[in-house]
Design a protein around this ligand. Structure first.
Ligand SMILES: Cc1cc2nc3c(=O)[nH]c(=O)nc-3n(C[C@H](O)[C@H](O)[C@H](O)COP(=O)(O)OP(=O)(O)OC[C@H]3O[C@@H](n4cnc5c(N)ncnc54)[C@H](O)[C@@H]3O)c2cc1C
Length: 670
C-alpha cells in the first residue's frame, strides 16, 4: 500500500481553517476486517484509485479483540450433517426482524469468503481430509462455526493487510471522518471530510470520490460499559447526519466481560466454574451473591456452566443462565458494588464434587479431562491459551480476581443496506458492524461472516458501475462549500475548563446509556433521556472551540455519540409505543410488569409477552439531513421474505453470461 500524506492534497482555507482536497475513485473508511476486505476486493477487481482511510490503522474491534475461541460462522464444510445454503439462510432469518434476501446472500457466499480468507493465510484448521471441521456456537442448530483461535479477527486483518501491501491501494492513516458530503442535486454521497489527527494544527482533509465504503465498525461510543476495545468508538453518526436510514437500532448483544483487559468471559471461562464474588467499592465485604438469586446449588452451578455457551444475555434464558447476568447487573448497577470472577476458589467457596453437578456439566468436565480442585487449574487443563491470555495482560488467574460487568459487545442493528450493501444514500455502501444486517438474534460468529460478505457485494457493485463512475461529477466548489459550512462559526478562542467539561459530559452520557438504555431499559425514563440528549446536542457545537488535538477530535466524537444516542433512544421509545416487549438481549423494565421467570428479583419486573414485531423491521432516519434536531422519521416495514430460488442451471447460466458480457469480462463464457 502506498501511503498518502496531507501534503498530497491541494490547500484551501475555510476562514482560518486549512482544508486539503484529494480525489480518489473509492474511499474505504475504516481498517477493520470489513474495510480491509472491501479495499482488497476492489483492488482484485481492478478498481483504480482506491483509498483506505482510517483514524488509526491499528485501532478498531477486529484488530484488538477476541474471545476464548473467536468464531467465524459459515456453511458446514465437514462431517456427515447435511447442510445447505437454504438451511443456513433459514437459521439467520429465524433470528427475527431479519431480511430474507440478506440471510440468503450471507449463507450463499459464506463458504467463498471463508476459503478466500484461508487462502490469504488465516489459519482456520482442517482435518486430514482437508475438511474445515466445525463446532456449535450460540443459536446454531448445526456445527457451522470455525475459528482461527482466540484472535481470529486480528489474524483476518493482519493477513488482509499483507495482501493489500501488494496492491496499489493508498492508505491515508490518522484521518477521523467527521462528515459525509453529498451532491446537492441527487443526494448521492460524493466525499468525506476528515479531521487530520497528525497535524500539529487543526486541519481537515476533504476526500472527493464517487463512492464511499463506510466500514467504521460498531458504535461503541454510546455506552460506558463495553467490551469493545478502547480504540473503537465507531462512526455511525456522520451517515445518519447525511440522511442515511438505519434499521433495528434497538437490537444489541450484551454479555459478561472483564473490565481490564476488556474481554468476553465466555466459553471455558465459565465452563470451569469460577466463583462469582461481589465486594464493596473498596474490595471489602465479599459475598457469594449468586446464592441469593439462584437458591439451589446444583442449578446455580449449571447456570454458570451454561453461561459458557449461552454467553450473550438473552431474555429467553430467564429463568436459566441469563439470571447470572441479571444478578451481576444488580450488584454493580443497582447496589454500587463490584463483581469479580475468582478462579482461585470454587463457587460459594465450597469444594466441588461430581454429585453436586448436573449431568451436562459433569460430562463436559469428563470429556475435556478438566477435573482439578480449583477453577484456574481446570482452565489450564481445558483451555490453556485462555489462561495465558490474561497472564499476558498482567492478570494471573491463579492469584488475581477478575473484575467483570455486563457490557455491550455487538450492535445487531445499524445502517440500512440493500442486497449490494448500498445504503439509502446512493454511492454510500456500509459494510461490517456499522451496517444493520442482523436481526434480534444472530448465531455467534455471523458478525465476521457478514462483514466479509458485505465487502464482497459492495466491491462487486462498485466494480460493475465502474465505466459510469467517471461521469459522476465531483463538484469541488460545492463540496468545499459544504465543508466550510460545517466548520462555520467555530469559535477561535477556547473558554477555560472546556475540555474537562467535555470529558465530564462524555462520561455521564455513556454511563446514563449503560444504566438506563442498555441490557436493562427503564421504560419510565427513556423519553425523558431522549429530551435530555436533544438538549445536549443543541449545545454540543461549543466543544468544537477546543483548539488542540485530541480534544477537538473528542469534541467531534461527542456530537457523534449524542446523535447516535438520540437515534437509539428514539428507536426504543417508538418500539415501546408499538407494543414492543423484552426480546433479544434487552429487558424493558416496567413497574407493575411481569417477572420474566422464577427467582428473578422484583426489580426486574418487565414488559414481556409474545414478540409481535419480529416479522417487521424498524427504519429510522432524520427528516432533514444535516439538521441533527429535525424530527426522526420512523416506520416499520415487513421483513423481506426468505427467497427460495429453484431455478434451472441453464436459466442462471444465461443470465450470468449476459452479466459477464456487460461487465466486459468472461468473454470465453459467451
Ligand atoms: C469481545 C468481542 C468478541 C467478539 N467475538 C466475535 C466472534 O467470536 N465472532 C464474530 O463474528 N464476531 C465477534 N465480535 C464482533 C466482531 O469482532 C466485530 O463485529 C467485527 O470485528 C467488526 O469489524 P468491522 O471491520 O466492522 O469494524 P472494526 O474492526 O471495529 O473496524 C472499524 C475501523 O473503523 C475505524 N474508524 C471508526 N470510526 C472512524 C472514523 N470516524 N473515521 C475513520 N476511521 C474510523 C476504526 O479505527 C477501525 O479501523 C466480537 C466483538 C467483541 C467486542
Amino acid at each position: 500500500m502506498r501511503h498518502v500524506t496531507t501534503h498530497n492534497g491541494t490547500l484551501h482555507f475555510a476562514g482560518k481553517i486549512r482544508i486539503r482536497t484529494h480525489t480518489c475513485h473509492v474511499a474505504v473508511v475504516g481498517s477493520g476486517a470489513a474495510g480491509m476486505a472491501a479495499a482488497l476486493r476492489l483492488a482484485e477487481r481492478g478498481v483504480p484509485d482506491v483509498m483506505l482511510l482510517t483514524e488509526d490503522l491499528l485501532a478498531g474491534t477486529s484488530r484488538n479483540t477476541g474471545s476464548d475461541k473467536q468464531t467465524y460462522y459459515k456453511l458446514t464444510l465437514s462431517g456427515q450433517e447435511p447442510d445447505s445454503v437454504g438451511r443456513m439462510a433459514q437459521t439467520l432469518f429465524a433470528g427475527g426482524s431479519m431480511d430474507g434476501d440478506l440471510a440468503r446472500i450471507e449463507a450463499a457466499l459464506s463458504a467463498e469468503c471463508f476459503y478466500w480468507l484461508a487462502e490469504k493465510g488465516v489459519p482456520f484448521p482442517r482435518n486430514a481430509y482437508g475438511e474445515a471441521v466445525g463446532y456449535k456456537t450460540d443459536h446454531d442448530p448445526l456445527s457451522r462455526a470455525s475459528s482461527a483461535g482466540p484472535l481470529t479477527s486480528r489474524l483476518m486483518v493482519e493477513h488482509l493487510q499483507d495482501a493489500l501491501d501488494a496492491t496499489p491501494v493508498a492508505l491515508f492513516d490518522r484521518q477521523q471522518a467527521v462528515k459525509l458530503l453529498t451532491d446537492g442535486r441527487t443526494g448521492a454521497v460524493r466525499g468525506v471530510l476528515c479531521l487530520s489527527l497528525d497535524d500539529p494544527q487543526i486541519a481537515f482533509n476533504l476526500i472527493m470520490c464517487p463512492a464511499v465504503v463506510w466500514a467504521v465498525g460498531g458504535p461503541a461510543l454510546v455506552y460506558a460499559d463495553v467490551v469493545y476495545p478502547g480504540s473503537q468508538l465507531g462512526g455511525t453518526a456522520p451517515a445518519l447526519e447525511a440522511g442515511a436510514a438505519a434499521v433495528n437500532l434497538t437490537e444489541w448483544q450484551y454479555g459478561l466481560a472483564s473490565v481490564a483487559p476488556r474481554w468476553n468471559v465466555s466459553g471455558s471461562y465459565q465452563q470451569v466454574l469460577p466463583s462469582y464474588v461481589s465486594t464493596d467499592p473498596d474490595g471489602g465485604d465479599p459475598r457469594h451473591f449468586l446464592a441469593e438469586g439462584i437458591l439451589d446449588r446444583k442449578e446455580r452451578l449449571g447456570a454458570i456452566f451454561r453461561k459458557g455457551y449461552q454467553w450473550p444475555f438473552d431474555v429467553r434464558k430467564l429463568p436459566g443462565s441469563s439470571l447470572v447476568d441479571l444478578l451481576v447487573y444488580r450488584e454493580t448497577a443497582l447496589r454500587g458494588r463490584r463483581v469479580f470472577l475468582d478462579f482461585r476458589q470454587n463457587p460459594d467457596g465450597l469444594a466441588l464434587d461430581r454429585a453436586g453437578l448436573d449431568a451436562e456439566t459433569a460430562d463436559y468436565l469428563d470429556r475435556t479431562h478438566a477435573w482439578a480442585p480449583l477453577p484456574w487449574q481446570r482452565l489450564c487443563k481445558m483451555n490453556e491459551p485462555a489462561y495465558a491470555f490474561y497472564l499476558e495482560h498482567g492478570v494471573d488467574l491463579s492469584r488475581d480476581r477478575l473484575e467483570i460487568r455486563l457490557s455491550a459487545q455487538h450492535h445487531n442493528g445499524g445502517l440500512a443496506v440493500d442486497a449490494h450493501w448500498e445504503t439509502t444514500l446512493p454511492g454510500l455502501f456500509a459494510v461490517g458492524e456499522v451496517s444493520g444486517t442482523h436481526g434480534v438474534y444472530r448465531p455467534g460468529g455471523s458478525a465476521l461472516n457478514s462483514g466479509q460478505i458485505g465487502a464482497l457485494r459492495a466491491a462487486d457493485a462498485i466494480a460493475r458501475r465502474l465505466p459510469g463512475h467517471g461521469d459522476a461529477a465531483l463538484d469541488e466548489a460545492s463540496l468545499l462549500a459544504q465543508a466550510a459550512d460545517w466548520l462555520r462559526d467555530i469559535p477561535e478562542t477556547e473558554p477555560a475548563e472546556l475540555e474537562s467539561e467535555l470529558l465530564k459530559g462524555w462520561n455521564l452520557a455513556g454511563e446514563r446509556m449503560s444504566r438506563l438504555a442498555g441490557p436493562l431499559r427503564d421504560t419510565t425514563r427513556l423519553q425523558e433521556m431522549l429530551g435530555g440528549v436533544c438538549r445536549e446536542i443543541a449545545s454540543s457545537r461549543r466543544f468544537l472551540a477546543i483548539q488542540a488535538l485530541p480534544g477537538r477530535a473528542l469534541a467531534c466524537r461527542f456530537r457523534d455519540m449524542l446523535l447516535t444516542q438520540r437515534f437509539l433512544l428514539g428507536a426504543m421509545c417508538d418500539y415501546l409505543d408499538r407494543g414492543g416487549v423484552s426480546r433479544g438481549s434487552a429487558l424493558y423494565l416496567e413497574p407493575g410488569g411481569r417477572l420474566p421467570g422464577n427467582n428473578v428479583p422484583d426489580v426486574f419486573r418487565a414488559r414481556t409477552g409474545p414478540d409481535t414485531l419480529n416479522d417487521r423491521v424498524q427504519r429510522i432516519r432524520l427528516e432533514t439531513p444535516g439538521d441533527l434536531l429535525s424530527p426522526l422519521q420512523i416506520d416499520w416495514r415487513p421483513v423481506h421474505p426468505l427467497p427460495q430460488p429453484d431455478e434451472a442451471f441453464e436459466v442462471v447460466w444465461q443470465a450470468w453470461r449476459k452479466d459477464m458480457a456487460q461487465r466486459g469480462r468472461g468473454k470465453h463464457e459467451t
